[in-house]
Design a protein around this ligand. Structure first.
Ligand code: G6P
Length: 521
């Protein structure tokens, strides 16, 4: 095995580097090379991708199983038209969805300003000081990530509102959230695209009682909703003026740009949020006007596809910045719910994995946990390391150490360490051999800001959709998720203290176990 110093990348370092705005990628140490990139430009997969991009940005159906366009990008296009090289459109049944997004954004901005300035008050005439965000999956992970990053960027000011999230129907999470909140001064945002998700509706009912425990007037003023189904939110008693609607064409895992993040807007302000949208629009513009070999999301997806074809069905992502600790959980939904499919757009079975498993943790923490497996085991994984050039502190030396680790890992994965002849003959030293040649890529960001975060997240959306288009699969549906939901609905009547027996014998056995042990606390 030769070290990578003899490969093309070493002869011409930076040959697979690309930049757009605050984002820079380098794929010199990936498995594929420039000739693969150039031949991709002539391929059928590239034609499929170009046609997908063109269809998506002109509002044509790209989600075949649900017969819908994909309109998440409209949430950023609505206020950033200048970032797009040509006019974009999204008409659904005659309704201009970009205009809808613009109007809802205006409505949100007004409400957010009223809340932040204390003009919208509690029934006692006091400023709301907290938000409880209810929602799960795409109605939770995005806002949670944004809030986490923005909080760590310290953008909210000293009197920023407090926000807590409750996604899980596991009451432990709710209990912890409520411990920090006062029902008299908390606004409750129920975020649910469908407004029919069991966990969210169950939690909402609990919260109604919690609000009522403060007195009869609190619930009416505290409720806010973000949904595609305003009528369902109204049925639950949420007043229409506090229902922020978004288009059915916005997939849940692509929805953080719009109303589901209204709580984040309240805490961190409209300006911060608008910068995020601007960064995302920059990426849309980049995708619309770059050819494949220059387009960052496409290049990354090409590499993902090439790795999959080589049997590398794992992607470990490590951001070397603790402010991005929620990035991997967020991306896991975006990536794996979009790409983890069993059939293509024609309904034909896929015989190979279409989605590398995405996992990871922040650096350097991951180095001291699972990197060992990446360096020496025979489990094949691609590695993506992210580093931020300018930190938000003055401790230069810490940052130097951090960056040196990111760069060292990139080199170690790629170059490895070869044993000398003497070491090879020595079984003990042989344990030290690291074969290298692990596919590894770098993502650099100038600094972490709402703008660069917007560009990064939109980049991941485009990369996800590009990998799907190349494989001719649908990145906007998630039929697999439905199965478990249906079974859980039936089992609610069987799990103790339920009455109806479970039909499946193994499930019935588990329920007996619960029953036997129920009295033993
Ligand atoms: O926003 P909701 O309609 O409540 O849906 C919440 C989540 O539900 C399901 O789990 C879907 O698979 C997710 O894509 C979605 O984000």
């Amino acid at each position: 095995m030769k070290p990578s110093s003899t490969t093309t990348s070493a002869l011409n370092p930076g040959y697979l580097s690309r930049s757009i705005g605050p984002l820079h990628i380098n794929l010199d140490r990936q498995l594929y090379n420039i000739s693969h990139v150039l031949s991709f430009e002539q391929s059928e997969a590239n034609q499929r991708l170009s046609s997908f991009i063109q269809k998506m940005f002109s509002g044509q159906v790209v989600n075949g199983t649900e017969q819908r366009p994909a309109g998440h990008w409209a949430l950023r296009a609505a206020c950033n038209a200048q970032a797009y090289p040509a006019p974009v459109s999204l008409l659904v049944n005659g309704r201009d969805e970009i205009e809808l997004a613009r109007q809802v954004q205006e409505h949100m901005q007004l409400f957010v300003e009223q809340v932040r300035s204390g003009r919208y008050t509690t029934p006692d005439g006091v400023r709301y000081d907290s938000i409880l965000h209810l929602g799960i999956g795409g109605s939770d992970l995005g806002p949670r990530l944004l809030n986490d990053v923005f909080s760590k960027l310290e953008l909210g000011g000293e009197d920023a509102m407090k926000i807590r999230f409750a996604a899980n129907v596991d009451f432990h999470e709710m209990k912890a959230a409520l411990a920090a909140l006062n029902p008299k001064t908390t606004l409750v945002v129920t975020a649910s695209k469908s407004f029919s998700t069991r966990e969210t509706l169950h939690n909402a009912q609990h919260i109604f009682k919690w609000l009522d425990s403060a007195g009869p007037d609190y619930r009416g003023k505290a409720l806010v909703a973000a949904t595609c189904k305003p009528s369902k939110a109204m049925e639950l008693g949420i007043p229409p003026e506090r229902i922020f609607e978004f288009s059915e064409t916005v997939g849940g895992r692509y929805s953080l740009w719009g109303p589901v993040s209204i709580g984040v807007r309240m805490v961190h302000g409209n300006l911060v949020f608008n910068e995020l949208l601007e960064g995302a629009a920059l990426m849309d513009g980049h995708v619309l006007q770059s050819k494949a070999s220059q387009c960052i999301p496409t290049l990354l997806a090409m590499s993902d596809l090439y790795n999959l074809e080589q049997g590398v069905a794992s992607l470990m992502l490590s951001p070397y910045d603790s402010r991005l600790s929620q990035l991997v959980p967020y991306l896991q939904q975006l990536w794996m719910e979009s790409l983890g499919k069993g059939v293509n757009n024609h309904g034909e079975l896929l015989y190979k994995p279409s989605c590398p498993i995405l996992w990871g943790d922040v650096g350097t923490n991951g180095q001291h946990a699972f990197f060992q497996m990446l360096h020496q085991s025979r489990i094949a994984s691609s590695v993506e390391l992210m580093a931020i050039i300018h930190p938000n502190h003055d401790e230069e030396q810490s940052h130097q150490v951090l960056l040196s680790h990111a760069l060292a890992q990139s080199e170690a994965f790629s170059v490895g360490r070869l044993n000398s002849m003497e070491e090879l003959a020595d079984t003990v030293n042989n344990f030290k051999a690291c074969p290298g040649k692990r596919p590894v890529q770098m993502v650099f960001m100038d600094s972490l800001t709402p703008y660069s975060l917007g560009a990064l997240l939109a980049m991941w959306e485009h990369r996800t959709a590009a990998l799907a288009a190349m494989q001719n699969i649908n990145p906007f549906d998630q039929w697999g998720v439905e199965l478990g939901k249906g079974i859980a609905e039936q089992l609610e009547h069987s799990v103790p203290p339920g009455e109806a027996p479970a039909e499946n014998p193994v499930t019935a056995h588990f329920i007996n176990h619960f029953l036997k042990n129920a009295g033993q606390r």
